[in-house]
Design a protein around this ligand. Structure first.
Ligand code: HEC
Length: 447
């Protein structure tokens, strides 16, 4: 696979996780208002629909949502152990608080489902509301940590929990997610409604789903604009100027949103009685594509960092942080060498010589480039392919390219000594052309 299985797995798991996680948060606001209306109008058929809907939410969110939630931790820890460690050191109490709300969610959703029509309507609706509020509060917390990874704000100086939590992109992102959770909830409700036989319930449920979905799309769209104003100028440049890839993703996200809106208008509002499941499922797929595109953009926006002004994408710390007594590693690595100092470098390459310089180059390339590229000859972001396209194929030209890495908005500068840079150039040249052998004397710096 193009990025190596861990990256693909992480991207697929994380994107998929958005569906159950946002549904878990959005669904019960819709359910709460529908249930209240059903009791007001004494509409028992509608209650039947709600019971089915909440069971399907329960199964979908609490089986696939929990599995992928744990999966994200697993995959992310393999890919970026140091950033996960950094996040845990700062936000372990944030996650602990989030998990308290998860617990409340789990207890209330089961209670809600199994007490349908068995307790007073008022008490039942209250359980639904407790679920809706605690699910949303779990989003309130996780958004702080997600936003921190793009705009850590004052945290970079103070290291304070709330300085990073209530960061510059916190509020817009919270509102964007809150609005889009209604879109996920509405789209899912329309799928469940499309299976209903009773035309009266079907029509009513479809219309409610459409209204929440459309409202979420419009409001979410507006908050997204605010969000783009709040992220750093460099991130906007990466998204809208530097990379055609993110521009394409942006277009895909817009087109998915428009298609979904048209679906809500035509299939859920106008033709609600004749709506069929297959169309509703296709709408969910369109939503999924839109989410993939949106989340890809958000991820690309924090390049070349994992935590801006702190840790680069290659997991090296590139800023001093007095408040926490942390010193930039990059400065030291440039002086003394990465391989000699880096925790993850094997002992066999701690000292570079005639026998191991290609191995050293391979390990350096993996340390510094593999978080975004592959060393395979083909596929997305293949280093040898990009080098050929760029026109650098000899070790010397590749070395010059590595010198200029820092001018790209989205790539970290090369980190390491001159000799290390040459070992990397020698290794990458051998990927471009296996017959290309660098001169060991040039690599080891004696020429
Ligand atoms: C933080 C992510 C990231 C890291 C780390 C990174 N790159 Fe890139 N690199 C990118 C992106 C994104 C592109 C743009 C790809 C495109 O245009 O299709 C790119 C483009 C390139 C290109 C093509 C440049 C051009 O102008 O056409 C080369 C060559 C390249 N990278 C090599 C490397 C090497 C070697 C390393 C390690 C020293 C590295 N990159 C590290 C993200 C990264």
């Amino acid at each position: 696979m193009a990025w190596g299985w861990q990256w693909d797995a992480e991207a697929v798991i994380a994107t998929y996780h958005i569906l159950p996680s946002h549904l878990a948060v959005g669904a019960f606001w819709i359910t709460y208002f529908m249930e209240r209306k059903a009791y007001q109008e004494n509409d028992m058929d509608m209650l039947e629909f709600l019971k089915k809907y909440s069971l399907l939410v329960l199964i979908f969110c609490f089986v696939t949502g929990s599995l992928t939630g744990a999966g994200i931790w697993y995959a992310a820890t393999i890919i970026s152990p140091r950033v996960i460690s950094g996040l845990i050191h700062n936000y372990v109490w944030g996650w602990a608080t989030e998990w308290v709300f998860f617990l409340i969610e789990i207890v209330t959703i089961y209670t809600y489902y199994y007490t349908f029509k068995k307790i007073s309507p008022k008490a039942h609706m209250r359980i639904g509301l407790i679920y809706a509020i605690s699910a949303w509060l779990s989003m309130v917390i996780i958004t702080g940590i997600l936003g921190f990874m793009l705009t850590p704000g004052k945290w970079s100086q103070t290291g304070g929990f709330f300085d990073g939590f209530f960061n510059p992109s916190y509020w817009p992102q919270l509102f964007v997610r809150t609005a889009f959770m209604f879109v996920v909830g509405g789209t899912y409700a329309a799928i469940v409604a499309s299976f209903i036989k009773n035309p009266h319930v079907k029509e009513k449920a479809m219309k409610v789903a459409a209204k929440w979905g459309m409202g979420g799309l419009v409001i979410g769209g507006l908050f997204t604009i605010w969000y783009f104003f709040k992220i750093p100028g460099q991130s906007r440049a990466i998204i809208f100027n530097d990379l055609t890839f993110t521009q394409t993703m942006f277009k895909i996200a817009i087109v998915s949103g428009v298609l979904l809106f048209v679906y809500f208008v035509i299939w859920c509002l106008k033709r609600s009685r004749t709506a069929i499941p297959i169309i509703a499922i296709i709408a969910m797929l369109i939503l999924f594509v839109g989410i993939c595109a949106g989340e890809t953009i958000r991820e690309m926006a924090r390049r070349p960092y994992l935590i801006p002004n702190y840790m680069l994408s290659n997991q090296m710390i590139d800023h001093d942080m007095k408040a926490k007594g942390i010193k930039s590693e990059v400065a030291k690595f440039d002086r003394e060498g990465v391989l000699k100092n880096y925790y993850f470098a094997p002992n066999s390459v701690k000292k570079i010589d005639q026998t191991n310089y290609m191995a050293a180059g391979r390990i350096l390339t993996k340390l510094e480039c593999i978080s975004c590229h592959t060393v395979a000859r083909d596929g997305f972001f293949s280093i040898p392919k990009l080098m050929v396209k760029f026109g650098a194929t000899s070790p010397e030209d590749i070395c010059d390219f590595l010198d200029s890495l820092g001018v790209y908005d989205y790539m970290p500068p090369f980190v390491g000594t001159e000799t290390e840079k040459r070992t990397m150039a020698a290794y990458i040249a051998s990927l471009v052309n296996p017959d290309m052998k660098a001169d060991p004397a040039w690599v080891l710096g004696s020429k």
